[in-house]
Design a protein around this ligand. Structure first.
Ligand code: NAP
Length: 532
């Protein structure tokens, strides 16, 4: 069944990107509709409601800056907001800007096809309904397709299995139960810390130890809030000048860790450790750029782990040996200390991998571990998973999963050759994963809206990246990564967490240079694109 008149913009997803895109499109006088699989808005913050789920960028920064009244009125209760508050914020934004009638909840997109003759996208939901639109905006999020590894026997487990990224709406009671948990990335670190005090026994199965620094979360300081709100626009502008689009209150130290004396180094690391959060990686300017500088920061944190975790063998297993920050740094609230609890055990499944799940638990290294409930904190098919899992077909019926078979070709992260009038928000080739994603989203949505306005003014009906621009862009993203430590470990940035996924470094480091490049492309009439 085909729905109504063709739309200007069809948006996939009603998380923060979808909400702002819908608002922006309407403000520009465009007809727009957002399709959302979930029963509510919020995207990531709808689905990831596992115990302990919390943002790792400070709330005052992890929020929209496009509307002064919104940022003045909204009050965060904590320095790092928890998932329920973030979800409430998304609901508030939907109500405040009257977006509800432009969102179809419970509507999972199955696919979309470009119709060359009519120069339109036809978007199909599961269930068969279709919509037509001039422009298709993928606001489906870089971390939205959960990864459930193939564990033989998983179906036969007697108890409940929960994935952190698909946590049930109703409360899960772990009281008196033995819990097994696989995965120690950001989701695992938060869930482990929160579940341990709730359950009888928690066994953590760790393949790679996490680097975690303390959040020092707590109630939001009213004096800080007042100071930021006195010049919120200035605060946002200063943050946009930072490499990650946040953290202007405590910028990176311009000194090299290699040039500082031992005492100065220790003092600076300690100071940043006490401040908490990602600021730790800015203790010296070269922690993410130079492996020797990184090793100094890493050794400092290993020392912290040794001093926090009482059992020496557990402390040894928890100490990572790869570069700190190479996989996304975790920001925690008592993670390492959780292993001092008598009811928490750590099993290293790097040395003895998980062989199979049984009815009563799992077998690793020839030994069976028993538990009543299993939590999978095994992450996502990041950055590309959602687009390649959809039946997305561009010019000539070409499938996105074929186009991206060897890695996600794109231009500026925003445009894809062969897929005219499709914009990808916060995807591969953009700085999304390395920035405060709210900054990335606002930047992308504004760019897309300006691009559509340009096309309409110029009487053009289609835009798409050229193959040459794509090839150069993918090379640029890799060249930037080569100047960092990000290529020295296996991470989801590289697709290395999914067996068989092509190893291509996907996110771009450095927001200000990226934003400047996007602006320059637009100013030059969308250089690198074919317009027709
Ligand atoms: P993740 O970082 O990819 O972590 C997945 C974990 O599961 C890893 O420890 C991984 O081990 C393990 N794993 C995967 N397959 C396995 C297998 N077959 N056997 C054993 N272990 C296996 O995923 P995530 O924790 O969901 O986080 C993903 C991203 O989401 C984060 O990096 C962050 O950007 C975002 N996030 C942010 C927050 C926040 O604090 N705001 C919270 C959650 C998520 P390996 O490392 O060995 O692959």
């Amino acid at each position: 069944m085909r729905r109504g008149a063709p739309l200007d913009v069809l948006i996939v997803g009603a998380g923060f990107a979808g909400l702002y895109m819908l608002h922006k499109a309407r403000r520009r006088g465009l007809s727009a509709l957002a399709l959302e699989a979930a029963a509510g808005v919020g995207g990531t913050w709808y689905f990831n409601r596992y115990p302990g789920a919390r943002v790792d960028i400070q709330s005052m920064e992890y929020s929209f800056g496009f509307d002064e009244a919104l940022q003045q009125d909204w009050r965060w209760t904590e320095r790092y907001a928890a998932q329920p508050e973030l979800r409430a914020y998304a609901e508030h934004v939907a109500d405040r800007f009257g977006l509800r009638d432009g969102i179809r909840l419970g509507t999972r997109v199955a696919g979309a096809a470009w119709e060359e003759a009519r120069r339109r996208w036809t978007v199909r939901a599961e269930g068969g309904e279709t919509w037509e639109a001039r422009f298709l905006v993928m606001a489906s999020g870089p971390l939205s397709s959960p990864n459930t590894p193939v564990f033989p026997g998983l179906e036969g487990f007697d108890g409940p299995v929960y994935h952190t990224a698909r946590w049930p709406e109703e409360a899960v009671d772990f009281g008196g139960r033995r819990v097994g948990l696989i995965g120690t990335g950001s989701s695992g670190v938060q869930a482990i810390t929160a579940i341990a005090p709730q359950c009888a026994e928690l066994t953590v199965f760790q393949r790679t130890p996490a680097w975690a620094v303390p959040a020092h979360n707590g109630p939001l300081d009213p004096a800080f809030e007042a100071r930021i709100k006195a010049d919120y626009a200035g605060f946002r502008a200063r943050n946009r000048q930072m490499q990650g689009g946040f953290g202007s209150e405590l910028p990176p130290n311009p000194v090299s860790a290699l040039e500082a004396g031992a005492a100065e180094r220790e003092a600076k690391f300690e100071e940043r450790w006490r401040t908490g959060g990602f600021s730790f990686l800015g203790a010296f300017r070269d922690i993410l750029l130079d492996e020797r500088a990184n090793a100094l920061a890493a050794e400092f944190v290993r020392g912290k782990i040794r001093s926090i975790v009482r059992d020496p063998e557990t402390a040894r297993r928890l100490q990572p040996r790869y570069a700190i920050g190479c996989k996304r740094l975790c920001v925690d609230t008592g993670y390492y200390a959780t292993y001092n609890r008598p009811n928490v055990g750590l099993v290293d499944v790097a040395e003895s991998p998980i062989e199979r799940i049984t009815g009563k638990g799992l077998v690793a290294g020839g030994r069976e571990y028993a538990f009543d409930a299993l939590v999978l904190a095994t992450g996502f098919d990041a950055m590309t998973g959602t687009l390649t899992r959809l039946d997305l077909r561009g010019r000539g019926g070409r499938a996105m999963r074929d186009k991206w078979a060897a890695g996600p070709l794109n231009y500026l992260g925003l445009l894809i050759e062969g897929f005219p009038n499709l914009f990808n928000v916060a995807g591969p080739g953009s700085t999304s994963a390395f920035t405060n994603v709210m900054v990335a989203i606002e930047h992308h949505v504004d760019w897309i809206a300006d691009c559509i306005a340009f096309l309409d003014r110029a009487g053009k009906r289609t835009i798409e990246a050229t193959e040459a621009a794509e090839a150069a862009w993918v090379e640029h993203v890799l060249a930037v990564a080569k100047r960092t430590v990000y290529l020295t470990c296996n991470s989801w940035y590289l697709g290395a967490n999914i067996p068989g996924k092509p190893r291509v470094f996907m996110p771009l480091f450095g927001f200000p240079a990226y934003a400047a490049k996007c602006a320059e492309v637009a100013a030059r009439g969308y250089e690198g694109c074919a317009l027709a």
